[in-house]
Design a protein around this ligand. Sequence first.
Ligand SMILES: Cc1ncc(COP(=O)(O)O)c(C=O)c1O
Length: 382
Amino acid sequence: MSLDVAALRAREYPWMDAHAGVYLNAASTGPMPQRAVDAAAEWSALRAQPHRIALSHMFETVATSRRQFAALVGADASEIALMPNTTYGLNLAARALPLRPGVILTFDGEFPSCVYPFQALGARGITLEFIPRRDGLPDEDALVTAIAQRADVVAVVVSWVQFATGFVADLARIGAACRARGVFFIVDGIQGCGVRPIDLHALPVDLFASGAQKWQLSPWGTGFVYVRRDLVTALEPHDVGWACMKSSTDYTRLTDYAFDFFDDARRFEVVTLAYHDFAVANASTALLLEAGVPAIAAHLETLGDRVVAWAQSRDDVRLVTPASRERRAGVFAFAPRDADGMAARLRAAGVAHVVREGAIRLSPHCYNTTEEMDRVLAVLDG
Ligand SMILES: Cc1ncc(COP(=O)(O)O)c(C=O)c1O
């Protein structure tokens, strides 16, 4: 089913038609839809009078979050732990996976979330190495060759969609190379999750972490980590708190001190969750599931085609994001010779965008129209 952008926009983003500018920055912060704004108001009212919130309502709320996040990525709710963002999930990978001394590989150009948690493992004899870029993009061939040929590689961490280039990694290919060598495969999913279909059960991915504040249109402080089913009980939680334990669902047994982790991924949820924020995230995630991630992805392909054709038509603009649809999602980056001038024109026209690594980055979502995209490209043309 195709996306009815006009209806979605009128219902969920009523401010956009009255707004003189264009919001093209979901890769930084996804705007919350009206239903999420309504949920936030409802939960703020409840939170002001906590006696109105039953414990069962809190537990159901976060159970819905796990279920819905699982549905977004083709996982089971038992494999989902709620997290405040991407980096916590990546730290879980760094700290809890049974990594022997050796090398973790990543691409040069990744967002630092794929870097620092793994650079911090030096005391365990684990170092992080970067696969150099080729023509400014991740060199997937070189990564796969290194995994196959080197005996010292213990894990690979990459982002599914790169933050600055928009390059989409072939998770099936990299994961297969990892599996063949007994190497763990860790994915930062935040720049694709919600706008590109993924079926984690069909992919050789061990851990997949995503914050929900960008493409999932949810509050800051919400996100999740997927842990592949066989690993859930095999991993020892690296941070341990009362919420990891089965007894945390029964407030009459707290001082039994029964040291017994949940048998599902809740064992990695350490503390009291942000029920309020996850309730809002549930509203946003429901919108994505209703609209359908494949339909959103198809819409972004169409919008991306326009940016690609425009960049290719100008000899003073270098397209940074790959031209092929298979290798891009919702991040479209290009490097103009006059980057400052073009960025100034966008700012003057109220087009929300960012400059990353010397390139202008446009990141539309389900609410952006083709007319808006054409208008923005006309602004760039001056
Ligand atoms: C690829 C990638 N990972 C992670 C993050 C943010 O990490 P966190 O959700 O932990 O704040 C960003 C934000 O720009 C990103 O682009």
